[in-house]
Write a protein that binds this ligand. Structure first.
Ligand code: MN3
Length: 237
């Protein structure tokens, strides 16, 4: 399938979508620019806590570079890609669901923006500890114990070759599953091997840990459990 074929398929999808949900055509570039002027493109939210708030587990310099440079670059490049490709859909989830029909820049940077926005929420100062209530019940019910669950997510992160993410997702049958994705792919994408709603995510790119942990990804993953935000996991469950 060539790009032109993919583009035509996408246009058909677009025309079937709810009016105004997706606008993509050669004549709609002006609309994309209008949205840009109105500030309707994607934006980088501030980190919800101070850069040093996760010390000593995740260091301040890593957090600052990770948020202000890496995440910002995904947002800037996503905006460039949606403008160049005349995509005015503002719901990132909808874009990710048809990402196989779109240019690679949308996949990489749309995923990068979605994943990092979620990842900042996955951690909090004085996080960690053990989950209670429905999270504890769901984890114990599916994985047997918290320790077994943590081991499985950690393995998914440790064994992801190169760069990527580990996930806890809820699949279409409501079943919890652990998966991992390469690069900035995520379980909302139509190209994902295992699809579902993201409940928990863990960034295992080197930029997430190299300054403090160098090549010791396992140590970084162990530290993540000391800052995990179980309230956020609960909200997403
Ligand atoms: Mn990252």
């Amino acid at each position: 399938m060539n790009n032109e074929h993919n583009r035509r398929s996408f246009l058909r999808t677009a025309s079937l979508a709810t009016a105004g949900a997706i606008v993509l055509s050669g004549t709609k570039f002006v609309l994309a620019k209008e949205l840009l002027n109105e500030g309707q493109l994607f934006s980088l939210a501030p980190l919800p806590y101070a850069f040093n708030a996760l010390e000593p587990h995740i260091d301040a310099m890593t957090m600052e570079i990770h948020h202000d440079r890496h995440h910002k670059a995904y947002v800037d490049n996503l905006n460039k890609a949606v403008t160049e490709n005349k995509i005015t859909e503002s719901l990132l989830e909808k874009i990710l669901a048809i990402v196989s029909t779109l240019p690679t820049a949308v996949r990489n940077n749309g995923g990068g923006h979605y994943n990092h926005t979620m990842f900042w929420q996955m951690m909090k100062p004085n996080g960690g500890g053990v989950p209670t209530g429905k999270v504890a019940d769901a984890i114990n019910g599916t994985f047997g114990s918290l320790e077994s669950f943590k081991t499985k997510i950690s393995e998914a992160g440790k064994t992801r070759f190169g760069s990527g993410w580990a996930w806890l997702i809820k699949d279409k049958d409501g079943k919890l599953q652990i998966s991992s994705t390469p690069n900035q792919d995520n379980p909302l994408m139509d190209i994902a091997e295992i699809k579902g709603t993201p409940i928990l995510c863990l960034d295992v790119w080197e930029h997430a840990y190299y300054l403090k942990y160098q090549n010791k990804r396992a140590d970084y993953i162990a530290a993540f459990w000391n800052v995990i935000n179980w309230d956020e996991v609960s909200k997403r469950l």
